[in-house]
Design a protein around this ligand. Sequence first.
Ligand code: FAD
Length: 464
Amino acid sequence: MAPHAIAEAALGGLRQQLTGDAIAPGDPGYDEARAVFNGMIDRHPAVIAQCETGADVARAIRFGRENDLEIAVRGGGHSVAGMALNDDGIVVDLRRMHTVIVNPVERTARIGGGATMSHLDRACQPYDLATTGGRASTTGVGGFTLGGGSGWLERKFGLACDNLVAVELVTADGSTVHASADENPELFWALHGGGGNFGVATAITLKLHPLQAMSMMMLLFRPEEGLQVARAYRDFLSSAPDELGGGLFYLTGPPEPFVPDHLVGKLTCILLITYAGPEMEARNVAEPLLALPREAELIAELPYAELQCMLDDPPGQRNYWSAEYLAGFPDAAVDAFTARAGTMPVPSSSQHILFPMGGAVAAGPGDHPLPWRTAPWAVHPFGIWESPADDERAVEWVRDVRAGMRPWSIGTVYLNFIGLEGEDRVLAAFGEENYRRLAAVKTEYDPDNVFRLNHNIKPLQPAV
Ligand SMILES: Cc1cc2nc3c(=O)[nH]c(=O)nc-3n(C[C@H](O)[C@H](O)[C@H](O)COP(=O)(O)OP(=O)(O)OC[C@H]3O[C@@H](n4cnc5c(N)ncnc54)[C@H](O)[C@@H]3O)c2cc1C
């Protein structure tokens, strides 16, 4: 018997209880079931409960607790630190719970806890409805939304969590709780950024918005032009409409038809402009940026669900990312940002990203536990590479970007954009007052810290 194998009888009992399946080491499909986006994560759970219903989730949680197994919760598997997995514990795998029901009259979507952005976007597209989603179609709606949720539409429609209408949650004792503005409002508040700390979301209801047209302009520059482009972009954003999103990227020029030969496989600077509206309107609005001399461009009006897949990378590469949220982007910060493009590992799938914030992100609800939303800019070094031989260089590059941007940092950070960087970073992400309030909610719903494989909010210690 393997050292941490669960007794066959107990496993058989779980299998009988679940509508879904339970996969253990040695079972067919075990290795596929334990793979996550980040290829550096190689963990071996004792059992993976492939849940199909809320009742399955409750049974899996109870089974984990009765058998003293650490509990991990898996949605899209995109956490860079691999928090959807553990060694020798139980994984509550939600991926089969991906049904999305769109209500076009109320303009809402009820989304299964294991749905990906692609499930959501494709269900909404026929109704010309959309909401703020992550920039990769395979990201889980659950982890994304409960952590905050930043995407191309955020300046217009706010963060994903601003669009939360209701959450159905299975808590640490296996009971089902509903949270909305009217029901358990303190828990509802905590779910706006507090992640998976309070339970497993089996269904999430999000507000949708009419979106008749979406446009995208990708302008390609030589890296040495990046400094001028970044300054022009910064100045332009100070008065840009909220329909405009996107970001400034340095990346390895991909072998695509729109990329000129001299940039393929080489460091390339890309200004990506997304616009929630038709192409002609987008061109008018972005005129000052379209006046910049460039190497190539790709401009199109396209369905939002298609835009959402455009940056998809295959899973299984090696990942390390971090972020700094900036109080401003003065010339010295532009210099620091562009200088670090030159040290990025190339060729690789890594991206050195500047995201504009503002609009509905900054103007959004002040009562959510997310102080970083007031920052006008975010720098997101997104290291993705293939060979273990490049691990040190890639990780060092990400850390150097963080260090280089720290003079302009507001000191707080969006946790979905970072790995495990210590308790201080979690505290800073919410601020002390919010953290205390979140800890009180944690104490009520998960006093034993059963859900701790996340950016963990610790329950309050009982008074002695
Ligand atoms: C390629 C890529 C692109 C990304 N782009 C963006 C982006 O544009 N914007 C952005 O904001 N973020 C982005 N992210 C980050 C992403 O939002 C976070 O990694 C998020 O946590 C992923 O959620 P998941 O369900 O896919 O991941 P998982 O690894 O499955 O889960 C992450 C955490 O959330 C918890 N969790 C997941 N689902 C549930 C649930 N239903 N109930 C309770 N807890 C749950 C897990 O237990 C775990 O702690 C990106 C990540 C990748 C890999």
